[in-house]
Design a protein around this ligand. Structure first.
Ligand code: SF4
Length: 206
């Protein structure tokens, strides 16, 4: 029976952690740059790892990105089976014990860190993030889904407008605002073109 971490790397290979309020100082200190994070926005269909089922996120869920071509956390060094930010690893990583999940269950959906906690003091940028979230709300998209799949012209025009805006704003902050493209998945969540299919909406890119 396992009673301590054997550094097998299985948990880190499954993906990065979500952030909680307690992790805010790590991000404020810049130990983990924002470009390594992504946001699953309120209302977005997400997999609840504890219940192992899809649910709509009830708040922002900010997570560490995975490596390209693998689900492993971007900070996992697979050659040496070690965490590159071990001294500053987030709360979920510190609490997770694969042999006893009571600790992670206790904190899993509590006090999640939101973009507002990190950005509300950044004049201009926070307004942009809020406007995007309102205009591209997942609840709004859900309401349109039956119409879209049924071929309703007005619903299709609306979803085209929403996806167009979601794409446009990412280009705007990188081309005009000089931000790194990688940071847009933190600021505006995962692109709708990637997530909309999870809602059962079929789209064709042109
Ligand atoms: S932050 Fe470190 S401990 Fe946490 S999942 Fe990533 S590699 Fe593993």
């Amino acid at each position: 029976m396992i009673t301590k971490c054997a550094r097998c790397g299985i948990c880190c290979n499954k993906g990065g952690p979500a952030f909680h309020i307690e992790d805010k100082p790590i991000l404020e200190k810049g130990v983990i740059p924002l470009k390594f994070l992504f946001t699953m926005r309120k209302g977005e269909p997400v997999n609840d790892n504890l219940q192992d089922r899809m649910i709509a996120a009830d708040s922002d869920i900010i997570k560490i990105k995975s490596q390209k071509k693998s689900t492993a956390c971007i900070f996992f060094d697979g050659t040496e089976n070690r965490c590159r930010i071990y001294q500053n690893r987030p709360l979920e990583c510190r609490v997770l014990k694969c042999w006893d999940i009571r600790g992670i269950k206790e904190i899993y959906s509590k006090d999640r860190l939101s973009r507002k906690d990190l950005l509300s003091g950044v004049e201009g940028l926070w307004d942009l993030v809020e406007t995007h979230h309102r205009f591209c709300s997942y609840d709004k998209i859900r309401d349109l889904s039956d119409g879209i799949n049924g071929g309703d012209r007005k619903s299709i025009e609306q979803i085209n407008g929403i996806i167009g805006y979601d794409t446009h704003i990412r280009g705007l902050v990188t081309e005009k605002g000089g931000m790194e493209p990688e940071i847009t998945e933190f600021l505006f969540g995962r692109p709708l073109l990637k997530t909309i299919g999870i809602l059962g909406i079929k789209i064709k890119e042109q």
